[in-house]
Design a protein around this ligand. Structure first.
Ligand SMILES: [Zn+2]
Length: 442
């Protein structure tokens, strides 16, 4: 409630909404001077007025006495309180619900959110508008809007893009103020002003987040140590398992059963199959899928899988990530066919396919080939009412194709094209994670 509420700078209360202006930064020297001037003020009123014009109390700051330390620079942007719980959870999301309510769309919004397909790691919201979500993670899952601020690895190019987003965000906020009377003069809005400097001085926001739980930080070191030990043990167990399997395979190469092979990774390939059947003939699959034209004329020795583990290098920080893709007519009792990005030679923007089935086929020379039955999506001419930057709408044709799994890049989370009036229209959720966000060049 102070006239100058920012711990870093001297932004006046009524300017908190302004994200492109620069404000004088606080320093130990200047703040100490104000305190000393206040001590020798002629009377109480003059003293109060002086302190108020800097948002201070008549209290000596203990941190001033420590050398090599500037308490005003230690205050740091926190995505949990500033964004997830703050701007979004406390301000924009309630306004969004209010606007949807006024226009009679709240029910439809809840319905659409409940109809979103499942995706590994994503929270599902069966009653999004009636439940009270108080944790930051829920708000983050509802709208992963602040991806660029949360990247675990950044570059000058990414910082300059973030700068552009902040400017854009400010414009949208001005529009919201104009159309809905919403004021943005609160400290968490202003925090954006310091975000870029914080990234340069202190590294990416994951290094100074409170998302892990404020009391949890001391626990982290011990957990890290335990995980390291577990990883080492796991590695030894895996090595021993591999050696044992290699020996067993040598002894009976023909009778080997893929279901016993688990999800073992071939170091030369970036995917591996799971939930597999025993080796069978194409006849069995054809019979089981009778009536589905996509399965006509199979002819090979085939093993069927219902799950695909796909590893890829993340564009965010170049570490290895893994998507678990389901291709299952009864995944926890529900039909689930995930989507995948495919490396094709044509110039389609982010080629995407709907996975219908996963097979390993044995050719006559005994070689195994991992193949998927997919529908390659085409870009659709349908557009939603509100077009957003990088909006990619796809349409699924009836025909299917066989594609080698080696051409798969990573999984893709797709949303049904609600209100398109067509069953086969989907759009890419490019905010599903950091890698996808960067891949979609947003
Ligand atoms: Zn400030």
């Amino acid at each position: 409630m102070a006239n100058f509420p920012c711990p870093c700078c001297l932004v006046p209360q009524e300017e908190l909404h302004s994200l492109s202006k620069e404000f004088t930064l606080r320093t130990t020297a200047t703040m100490k001077q104000v305190y000393e001037n206040a001590l020798v003020a002629r009377n109480k009123t003059e003293q109060e007025n002086l302190l108020k014009s800097f948002g201070l109390h008549l209290t000596e700051n203990f941190f001033w006495s420590l050398s090599h330390l500037d308490p005003y620079r230690s205050y740091t942007y926190d995505v949990l309180h500033c964004d997830d719980l703050g701007k979004w959870g406390k301000h924009l999301y309630p306004l969004l619900l209010q606007v949807l309510q006024e226009r009679g769309y709240k029910g439809r919004f809840a319905q659409n959110m409940a109809s979103m397909p499942p995706w590994s790691g994503l929270k599902h919201f069966p009653h999004v508008t009636t439940s009270d979500y108080t944790d930051g993670q829920s708000y983050y899952d509802i709208l992963k809007y602040r991806l660029m601020a949360g990247l675990h690895c950044t570059t000058e190019e990414r910082i300059s893009r973030l700068n552009g987003y902040i400017k854009k965000y400010e414009c949208f906020c001005m529009k919201i103020t104009k159309e809905h009377g919403k004021k943005f003069d609160f400290p968490k809005q202003h925090a954006c002003v310091h975000l870029i400097d914080d990234l340069r001085e202190k590294g990416t926001t994951n290094h100074h987040t409170t998302r892990l739980g404020e009391g949890f930080h001391q626990e982290l070191a011990r957990i890290d140590e335990n995980q390291e030990a577990i990883a080492l043990i796991q590695m030894r167990v895996d090595q021993s398992d591999r050696a044992r399997r290699a020996l067993a395979e040598e002894q009976s190469s023909e009778t080997s059963d893929p279901t016993d092979e688990g999800n073992e990774f071939d170091p030369d390939q970036h995917w591996s199959c799971g939930s597999s059947t025993k080796w069978t003939t194409s006849r069995v699959i054809e019979d089981e899928m009778k009536g589905d034209r996509r399965y006509d004329k199979f002819d090979a020795k085939i093993c069927w899988h219902h799950c695909l583990y796909l590893t890829y290098q993340s564009l965010e920080d170049w570490t290895e990530r893994r998507d678990i893709l389901q291709c299952n007519r009864s995944f926890h009792g529900h039909l689930r066919h995930d989507f995948v990005l495919v490396n094709t030679t044509d110039s389609t923007d982010l080629p995407c396919a709907h996975l219908y089935d996963l097979f390993t086929c044995k050719s006559l020379d005994g070689k195994k080939h991992d193949i998927a039955l997919v529908s390659m999506l085409k870009h659709s001419s349908w557009k939603p009412n509100t077009l957003w930057d990088g909006c990619r709408v796809y349409e699924e044709p009836k025909e299917s194709q066989l594609v080698f799994m080696k051409y798969f890049i990573r999984g893709a989370y797709m949303s049904p094209g609600f209100d398109s009036g067509k069953q086969n229209v989907t759009y890419l959720v490019d905010t599903s994670d950091y890698d996808m966000f960067l891949r979609a060049r947003n």
